[in-house]
Design a protein around this ligand. Structure first.
Ligand SMILES: Nc1ncnc2c1ncn2[C@@H]1O[C@H](COP(=O)(O)OP(=O)(O)OP(=O)(O)O)[C@@H](O)[C@H]1O
Length: 290
């Protein structure tokens, strides 16, 4: 292993995974290799600043994050400014980034991958100054995430419980104006996605031709809720009906909404927005992959 000091960042509340097991297995592995081990447990208060201080003070040269997409995003925001590889141990409810990077399911293999040298230089999306590693959107999915975050049920079951009230309360379709470097258009959509990757954490392949390291992102205009088409995305079908989803590639864009619309980034609810400025930071983050 070509690093000396490892920082493991753990979110104690994400998903329903046993974090003690993750911590002890990483620690044991590093002890055998005589590599320094440092642990940071997120508190939801100034985590970003505390992680940065630890990286500087302890000369950290590999960071591993065990948490869901929100925690990975938080750590990535700091790590992107350093020349180091970020290892990911998926420990959230949906694990969208891990699904897109094909990270292993078994903890031992996840740890080996996180400590390995094989990596991808991931593009980062920047939306109103907030970074996004895989998926962000305006509309009904962000409303679902908002309802999930305020409920007491965690994990996939928590999302399932919130899906019916979200559908009933939502005022879709929403009206958007989309401006990219190549086109300007008005759109009516249930969901307007900004994709740096192919899939949502559910495995739904909504952006089959996208790639996380090609310097381009895709705007996904979901025009209707169609069970048949949603099933196609879950079956990984690559030809999606343009009447279901229109895909617009871009390197920068501005989206304006007629009324404030719920907005989420990497599974974290941000708030209601009327304007989103999007740009891509090409190959900005090194993430360990199998
Ligand atoms: N110690 C803590 N106590 C309470 N909340 C915390 C703590 N540490 C982090 N958080 C919160 O955890 C959330 C991030 O959770 P994360 O996205 O990693 O997991 P998840 O929601 O279970 O998974 P996923 O995003 O994959 O569905 C953030 O909203 C953050 O504020």
């Amino acid at each position: 292993m070509n690093f000396k000091e490892v920082l493991l960042v753990v979110n104690p509340i994400s998903g329903d995974t046993d974090k003690k097991k993750i911590i002890s297995e990483v620690q044991e592995k590093l002890k055998k290799e005589e590599i320094g081990f440092h642990l940071y447990t997120t508190t939801d208060e100034n985590d970003r600043e505390k992680i940065k201080s630890l990286i500087d003070e302890k000369n950290i040269d590999r960071v591993i994050v065990a948490g869901g997409d929100g925690t990975i995003n938080l750590v990535a925001e700091t790590v992107k400014d350093y020349e180091l590889i970020l290892g990911v141990i998926p420990a959230g409810s949906a694990n969208g980034l891990a699904v897109n990077l094909d990270l292993p399911d078994v903890l031992e293999e996840q740890i080996d991958t996180a400590l390995g040298n094989s990596h991808i230089n991931l593009d980062i999306l920047c939306l109103n100054g907030i970074i996004c590693l895989h998926m962000s959107d305006l509309g009904i999915n962000a409303e679902l995430i908002k309802n999930y975050e305020t409920s007491s049920f965690r994990g996939k079951f928590g999302y399932l419980i919130q899906s019916i009230p979200t559908l009933i309360q939502s005022e879709f379709p929403f009206q958007f104006k989309i401006e990219t470097e190549k086109c300007t258009k008005d759109a009516s959509a249930v969901l307007l996605g900004f994709a740096n990757a192919n899939k949502y954490g559910t495995g739904a392949n909504v952006n089959p031709k996208g790639s996380p390291d090609d310097g381009i992102f895709e705007i996904l205009v979901f025009k209707k809720l169609s069970l048949g088409d949603i099933l196609k995305t879950l079956r990984n079908e690559t030809d999606l009906d343009p009447d279901f989803v229109e895909i617009i590639p871009a390197t920068k864009a501005r989206v304006t909404c007629l009324k404030p619309v719920s907005f989420q980034v990497d599974g974290e609810y941000i708030g209601k927005e009327t304007e989103i400025e999007i740009k891509i930071l090409p190959e900005k983050l090194s993430i360990a992959i199998p």
